[in-house]
Design a protein around this ligand. Structure first.
Ligand SMILES: Cc1cc2nc3c(=O)[nH]c(=O)nc-3n(C[C@H](O)[C@H](O)[C@H](O)COP(=O)(O)OP(=O)(O)OC[C@H]3O[C@@H](n4cnc5c(N)ncnc54)[C@H](O)[C@@H]3O)c2cc1C
Length: 427
C-alpha cells in the first residue's frame, strides 16, 4: 500500500492480490455511486450489482486502505456496548431491531465468503471475550446473561474451561460466542471487491471523491481525473473520511490500535497456545487481542499508535505481555507491526445519516465494523432500490453532531495507552 509502510503489515503481505483496478479517467453514469472501498462500500456495491443495479465505487487510495485492511479480523456479533445499554440508548423497539440485525451480522459474512469463494482464512470457530480479574468476570457474566436471554449461542466458561481453551490460567473466565470467528481482513475486502466486479460493479482506486454537486435530480461526484453522475450517493468512508463530508469524521473520536505478528510458530507450539484458534480479546480498559493467522503467526494487538515514542513503548510491552501469558513463546519477536484508526462515537453506536436528498452514510462502528459494515451494506442495497422502506431501517437516521475537544480526547487515548503499557511492562 502507498503512504505508510507500517499501515497494513502482515495483512498486506499475506492477502491474495487485489483485483486489477485503475483511477477514474472519464465521465461515467451510474444509478448509485459508492464512496469508500472498505466493507460498507464494497458490500453495498456487491449487493447492488447482484441486483443488476449500475454501481460505481470510488476509493481514494486502494481497496481496504482504511480500517478494513488494518483490523484484528474478529468477526463479532453486536457492538461493544452491552445489549441492555443499547436498548436504554435507542429505546426498546429500535434497540431490539438493531440488536437482532447486528446479531445476524456474522452470518452474512460467512455466507458471502462461502457464496463467492473468498479466500480470506475464514475460521468460523467463535471468539472468546476473556475476563481479567473479578471485575472482568462480572462483565462477561453479565454479557452472557444479556445475550443468552435473547437466545444467542453464547457460553460462559469458568476458569477451568477457559484454561483448557486458551492453555493459560491468565484469565478468570470467558464468553464464547459461536456466531463469531476470524478472517484475514484485507483478503476479505479484496475478495468482496473481486466479487462485486464479477457481478458488474465498476471500481476505481486512486480516485478520491473531492467534489459533490447536485445535477438534474441526481449528483455529480468529482475526482481528480474523472466524474460520476448518479442518482444516489453512498458515503462509506467512516474514520478514514477525507475531502468531503467532514461531519462524518468530527462526530468520532479517533482511537489508535496496533497489531504485531510473530513469525510462524510450529504446529506443536501453536497447539499449546490456542488449540481451537478462536479470536480473543480481553476485558481490560486498555484492551488487548490475539489470534492466529493461517501460517500460525500469532497476531497480538492493543490500543496505541506506533509513532513517536509509542513505537518502542508498545513493542516492549507487547513482548513482555505476550511472554507473560504464554511463557513457552520464549523471547518474543515480531515480524511485522502496523496500526490504524478506530472511530468512536459518543454513545458507542453506529450512525445512519441522510446527508442530502439521495445521499446517505452508515459509519461509526466503534471497532466493530466487519460484520456490521457487511450487514449495513447488504441492507442499503435493497433500501436504495426501494425494496425496503424507512420503517425497515436497522438504525434510524440522525444528524452528525461534532464531538467537543475531539483532538484532545484522541491525544488522551494515545498518551494514556502508552502510560498504561509503560506501567504494565514494569510489573
Ligand atoms: C486496528 C483496528 C482494529 C480493528 N479490529 C476490528 C475487529 O477485530 N473486528 C471488527 O469488526 N472491526 C474492527 N475494526 C473496525 C473495522 O476495521 C472498521 O469498523 C471497518 O473497517 C469500517 O468499514 P468501512 O467500510 O465503513 O470503512 P473503512 O474500512 O475505514 O473504509 C473507508 C474507505 O473510504 C476511503 N475514503 C475516505 N475518503 C474518501 C473519499 N473522499 N473518496 C474515496 N474514498 C475515500 C478510505 O480510503 C477507506 O479505504 C478495527 C479497526 C482498526 C483500525
Amino acid at each position: 500500500m502507498q503512504n505508510d509502510p507500517l499501515s497494513h503489515g502482515l495483512w498486506e503481505r499475506s492477502a491474495p492480490a487485489a483485483p486489477a483496478t485503475a483511477p477514474l479517467a472519464d465521465e461515467v453514469r451510474a444509478e448509485v455511486v459508492v464512496i469508500g472501498g472498505g466493507y460498507t462500500g464494497l458490500s453495498t456495491a456487491l449487493h447492488l450489482a447482484e441486483r443488476d443495479s449500475k454501481v460505481v465505487l470510488l476509493e481514494a487510495v486502494e481497496i481496504g486502505f482504511g480500517g478494513a485492511g488494518r483490523n484484528v479480523g474478529l468477526v463479532n456479533a453486536g457492538m461493544w456496548v452491552m445489549p441492555d445499554d443499547l436498548l436504554r440508548t435507542l429505546g426498546p423497539k429500535a434497540g431490539d431491531r438493531l440488536i437482532s440485525f447486528l446479531g445476524e451480522g456474522p452470518a452474512h459474512v460467512w455466507d458471502l465468503i462461502a457464496r463467492h469463494g473468498i479466500d480470506c482464512e475464514a475460521n468460523h470457530v467463535g471468539t472468546l471475550h476473556v475476563a481479567v480479574g473479578q471485575s472482568g468476570l462480572d462483565e462477561v457474566a453479565e454479557r452472557y446473561r444479556q445475550w443468552s436471554r435473547r437466545g444467542a449461542p453464547v457460553e460462559l466458561l469458568g476458569p477451568d474451561a477457559t484454561a483448557a481453551r486458551l492453555a493459560t490460567d491468565h484469565y478468570k473466565g470467558a464468553l464464547l460466542d459461536r456466531r463469531a470467528g476470524t478472517i484475514q481482513p484485507l483478503a476479505y475486502a479484496r475478495g468482496l471487491a473481486r466479487a462485486a466486479m464479477g457481478q458488474g460493479a465498476q471500481i476505481f482506486t486512486g480516485s478520491p471523491a473531492t467534489g459533490l454537486q447536485s445535477q438534474g435530480g441526481g449528483w455529480r461526484v468529482t475526482t481528480p481525473h474523472g466524474e460520476v453522475i448518479a442518482r444516489q450517493v453512498v458515503f462509506a468512508t467512516d474514520a478514514y473520511t477525507r475531502y468531503l463530508m467532514p461531519q462524518l469524521r468530527t462526530q468520532q473520536v479517533f482511537l489508535p490500535y496496533f497489531n504485531m505478528a510473530t513469525a510462524p510458530l510450529s504446529d506443536n507450539l501453536a497447539r499449546t497456545i490456542l488449540p481451537g484458534r478462536e479470536g480473543v480479546w480481553d476485558t481490560r480498559e486498555v484492551l488487548s487481542s490475539f489470534r492466529f493467522d493461517r501460517q500460525n503467526r500469532l497476531v497480538f494487538g492493543s490500543v496505541g499508535a506506533l509513532r513517536n515514542t509509542g513505537a518502542a513503548v508498545h513493542r516492549a510491552w507487547a513482548q513482555r505481555a505476550l511472554a507473560r501469558i504464554y511463557p513457552q513463546l520464549g523471547d518474543v519477536r515480531f515480524e511485522s507491526a502496523w496500526h490504524g484508526t478506530i472511530g468512536m462515537t459518543r454513545d458507542n453506536l453506529p450512525r445512519f445519516h441522510k446527508l442530502a436528498e439521495g445521499v446517505v452514510s452508515f459509519c461509526g462502528y466503534n471497532g466493530r465494523g466487519i460484520a456490521p459494515g457487511t450487514a449495513f451494506g447488504r441492507f442499503l442495497a435493497g433500501w436504495l432500490r426501494g425494496e425496503s422502506s424507512d420503517a425497515d431501517l436497522p438504525l434510524q437516521p440522525s444528524q452528525a453532531q461534532p464531538v467537543a475537544l475531539r483532538s484532545l480526547k484522541a491525544a488522551f487515548y494515545e498518551v494514556g495507552a502508552q502510560a498504561a503499557h509503560l506501567v504494565d511492562a514494569r510489573r
